[in-house]
Design a protein around this ligand. Structure first.
Ligand code: SF4
Length: 479
C-alpha cells in the first residue's frame, strides 16, 4: 500500500454515537472495549487520538457535532454497534450531516460493521459516510492512521469521486495489539452488569476473539465468521493484566471472550500462571457448560475466578437443539453442580421466544432455571434473526416493543403461536418465579459480605428493573 509523505499525525476521533436523534443518555452494560482497542491501535500507529462517548453523555447529534468541531479531527470513526449493537447508523449520519453544514471537511465512516451488512454499504454509496469497515476494524484503523491510499481488507470508501472496495476479510494480529486505550475514556463511569464483577475498579480483557460455535441466535456470527476464532498467548494476556493493575489499579477483570476456554490448554495454563503470580485480582468469564470439567473449575477458582456465565438458553431440548447450540441438558446440570461444589458463582442466561417456542417450553425453561439454581439467572427476549431463513418461517418481528429494553441485540422476535403480550408476561414471570422464592432470597443474602456487595446488589436490582419496566408499562398501556 502506498502512503503519502505528510508528516503531521492524523487527528483521529472515535465516536460512540448518540443513542437516538434525541440523544437520551444510555447506561452501558459493559466497557466499550472494541472502541478502546481501535483507539489504541491508531495511537500505536502515531495518530493523535481522542474518544467521545455520546451515548453515555446523552448528546444529541447536534450537540455532538459542536463538540467534535472543537477538537478539529481529520478523521472520525463511528461505532454504532458497541453497546448491545442495536443503535442504527442514523444518529451517526445525522452527526456527519450536521458537521458538514458547519464546514467540517474531514473523513467520517463506520467501524466494526456486521460482515456483508447492507445498511452501511448503502450509506457509503449515498455518501452519508466516506467509508465503512466490515468485521474487526483494527487493520483498517492502522491503515487509515498511516494514511494509506488504497482500501484495506473489509473497507469500502468514497475517494476522488470513486467508490472503491477491498472485499477481503480483515485478519487481525491479536498478539501485537496494544492494551486498549482506557486512559481516553472516563472508564470509571461505565457500569458493567452487577453480577459480572465482584470488586471495583473493573475492566474487561480478551483472552480470545470470535467463537467457533454456530448458535443461530448469536450475533457473533454476524461480526466474525466462526473459523476466525483465535486465542491470545498467555504471555500477552498476563502483560495486559499487569498493565491494567499498574496503570488503572483494577482489582477485577471480566474476560470478555464470547466463549472463554475453547482451547482448554490455554485456559488451564492461564489459571496456573495466575496462581503463581498471586496478584490481588478476581475475575469472571463467559463459557459453555460442555467446556468445563472438575480440574478446570478447581484451577479457575484457585486463580481468582468468582463467577462463570453460561448460556443455557432454553429448558426445552427441542427448542435448544434447533438453534444449533449442540448442548445437552446433562452437561448443563453437571457444569452447575461442579461450580456449586467448588464455590464458584454462576449466571445462567436464558432466551425466551426462540423459534418453536410455546408456553410449555417457556415453563420448562423456568423449571430448569430453578432446578440448576444458578446464583443469578438472566432472561432475554430473542432478537429477530432473519439472517437465518428458518427464523422467518417460525415467526415475525414483534411490533410493539421498545426494542432497546426488550431484546439483547435488535428487534424482538415473536415466534408463531405466541403473542407479544404472552412473551412479555413470561419475561416478568421468569424473573419473579426464579428470584422471589424464600430459599433463593436467603441464598442471595448469604452472598452479601461487604458494603460493596450491597451496592452491587442495588445496582443489579436497578438494572433488572430498567430491563423490565418498559415491558410492564407497555403491557399495562395495552390492557
Ligand atoms: S457458543 Fe456462545 S458465543 Fe459461541 S456462537 Fe454459541 S451463543 Fe454465541
Amino acid at each position: 500500500m502506498a502512503s503519502s509523505m505528510t508528516e503531521d499525525p492524523l487527528r483521529m476521533l472515535f465516536v460512540l454515537p448518540p443513542s437516538s436523534e434525541h440523544g437520551e443518555p444510555v447506561l452501558p452494560s459493559h466497557h466499550p472495549i472494541m472502541t478502546a482497542s481501535l483507539a489504541a491501535v491508531a495511537r500505536k500507529e502515531g495518530a493523535q487520538v481522542n474518544v467521545i462517548d455520546a451515548a453515555l453523555l446523552g448528546l444529541s447529534p447536534k450537540e455532538l457535532s459542536k463538540k467534535i468541531k472543537m477538537w478539529r479531527p481529520d478523521w472520525i470513526g463511528f461505532l454504532p454497534y458497541e453497546y448491545r449493537r442495536e443503535f442504527s447508523e442514523q444518529s451517526s449520519s445525522l452527526t456527519v450531516a450536521e458537521l458538514r453544514s458547519l464546514g467540517w471537511n474531514g473523513e467520517a465512516g463506520l467501524l466494526n460493521s456486521a460482515l456483508n451488512a447492507l445498511p452501511p454499504r448503502r450509506a457509503v454509496e449515498k455518501k452519508a459516510f466516506d467509508f465503512a469497515c466490515f468485521g474487526d476494524s483494527e487493520p483498517a484503523v492502522a491503515a487509515f492512521a498511516r494514511r494509506c491510499e488504497e482500501p484495506s481488507a473489509g473497507v469500502i470508501w468514497q475517494r476522488r469521486g470513486y467508490l472503491e472496495e477491498n472485499p477481503e476479510q480483515p485478519e487481525v494480529e491479536w498478539e501485537d495489539l496494544p492494551t486498549p486505550a482506557w486512559d481516553l475514556f472516563k472508564w470509571r463511569s461505565y457500569q458493567p452488569t452487577a453480577h459480572r464483577y465482584r470488586r471495583l475498579p473493573t475492566l474487561p480483557v480478551f483472552a480470545s476473539r470470535s467463537c467457533p460455535y454456530g448458535c443461530d441466535f448469536c450475533p457473533q456470527s454476524l461480526f466474525n465468521p466462526s473459523h476466525k476464532h483465535q486465542t491470545r498467548s498467555v504471555e500477552a494476556i498476563l502483560r495486559e493484566l499487569k498493565e491494567l493493575i499498574d496503570w488503572y489499579g483494577i482489582r477485577d477483570v471480566e474476560f470478555y471472550d464470547p466463549t472463554f476456554g475453547v482451547r482448554r490448554s490455554q485456559a488451564l495454563e492461564l489459571c496456573q500462571r495466575l496462581i503463581e503470580k498471586n496478584w490481588d485480582l478476581t475475575w469472571s468469564a463467559y463459557t459453555r457448560c460442555d467446556l468445563v470439567d472438575e480440574e478446570l473449575i478447581q484451577n479457575m477458582k484457585a486463580a481468582g475466578c468468582h463467577t462463570l456465565l453460561f448460556g443455557v438458553e432454553s429448558g426445552d431440548e427441542e427448542v435448544l437443539e434447533r438453534t444449533g447450540k449442540e448442548l445437552r441438558h446433562a452437561d448443563i446440570e453437571k457444569a452447575f453442580n461442579l461450580c456449586k461444589k467448588h464455590g464458584l458463582r454462576t449466571i445462567a442466561s436464558f432466551i425466551l421466544g426462540l423459534p418453536k417456542e410455546s408456553e410449555e417450553s417457556l415453563q420448562k425453561t423456568l423449571d430448569l432455571a430453578k432446578k440448576i439454581d444458578p446464583t443469578y439467572a438472566q432472561f432475554h427476549l430473542a432478537r429477530a434473526f432473519f439472517e437465518h431463513e428458518e427464523w422467518k418461517e417460525h415467526g415475525t418481528v414483534a411490533e410493539h416493543w421498545e426494542v432497546t429494553s426488550a431484546s439483547v441485540n435488535g428487534q424482538a422476535y415473536c415466534p408463531t403461536g405466541l403473542t407479544e403480550r404472552q412473551l412479555q408476561r413470561w419475561l416478568i414471570r421468569s424473573y419473579v418465579g426464579f428470584y422471589i422464592r424464600p430459599q433463593k432470597l436467603i441464598s442471595l443474602m448469604k452472598t452479601l459480605h461487604s458494603t460493596e456487595d450491597i451496592l452491587r446488589v442495588f445496582r443489579g436490582v436497578r438494572q433488572v428493573s430498567n430491563h423490565l419496566s418498559p415491558l410492564i408499562l407497555n403491557s399495562k398501556s395495552r390492557v
